[in-house]
Design a protein around this ligand. Structure first.
Ligand code: GRF
Length: 206
């Protein structure tokens, strides 16, 4: 079992607007939440999420794949950068890169991702678009521990969101994101305060 820390250290990885990051930053203001965001990492510059971290006084770093000779070098550099902050939990919140074996060896039992569909349906970066095109009536968001696959790891929690008749991709994406942020804050708090066990595909919180 991964035991709870007194105040858990969280590193958040982002590639975009960072609204999930913001939800965590806001929750962590309350000491009773049980976690603080100690660093924010990104795979690109110039994104709103990095400004959110700056505004909250949280240190940031950027590791771009193209600044490294190989993807493996990038994976090592990202791993080293995250490790410096000694995280109890690493959260991919809209981070648009699959990490490699070095990262998973270091953080595989404590690396969470939030995805904007009900997995295993519609993995990948166009989840809401694919769900809408398929015509499902119910979709949602999934929080899971990352493994070596794409959106395939053990599931921590899921929240369902209805698809409305007049939805377009933007409207559906936004409705999912609201539920997704609530779920992320709630479940991360629960994990850091109570600890967790991963047995095969099953995640349990005592
Ligand atoms: C989230 O909906 C996540 O599921 C998807 O990208 C979105 C990130 O949004 N992969 P934000 O950057 O946290 O606003």
């Amino acid at each position: 079992m991964t035991e709870p820390a007194s105040v858990a250290r969280i590193v958040v990885l982002i590639s975009g607007s960072g609204s999930n990051l913001q939800a965590l930053l806001d929750a962590a203001v309350d000491p009773a939440y049980g976690a603080q965001v100690v660093a924010v990492g990104a795979d690109r510059d110039g994104i709103a999420g990095l400004d959110r971290a700056d505004a909250a006084g949280v240190p940031t770093f950027v590791e771009r794949v193209r600044d490294h000779d190989t993807r493996e070098d990038w994976d090592r550099a990202l791993t080293a950068h995250v490790a410096k902050h000694q995280p109890d939990l690493v959260i991919s919140a809209g981070f648009l890169k699959l990490v490699g074996p070095h990262f998973l060896a270091a953080f595989g039992d404590r690396y969470l991702n939030t995805h904007n569909t009900l997995l295993p349906a519609f993995p990948g970066i166009h989840g809401p678009r694919d769900a809408l095109a398929y015509g499902v009536k119910l979709t949602g968001a999934t929080l899971f521990f990352v493994d070596a696959g794409m959106d395939t790891g053990p599931i921590v929690a899921q929240v369902a969101v209805p698809v409305l008749d007049d939805d377009d991709v933007d409207a559906l994406t936004e409705r999912i994101k609201e539920a997704e942020r609530r779920q992320l804050v709630e479940q991360v708090g629960r994990l850091v305060r109570e600890g967790w066990t991963i047995t095969g595909r099953k995640v349990t919180v005592p």
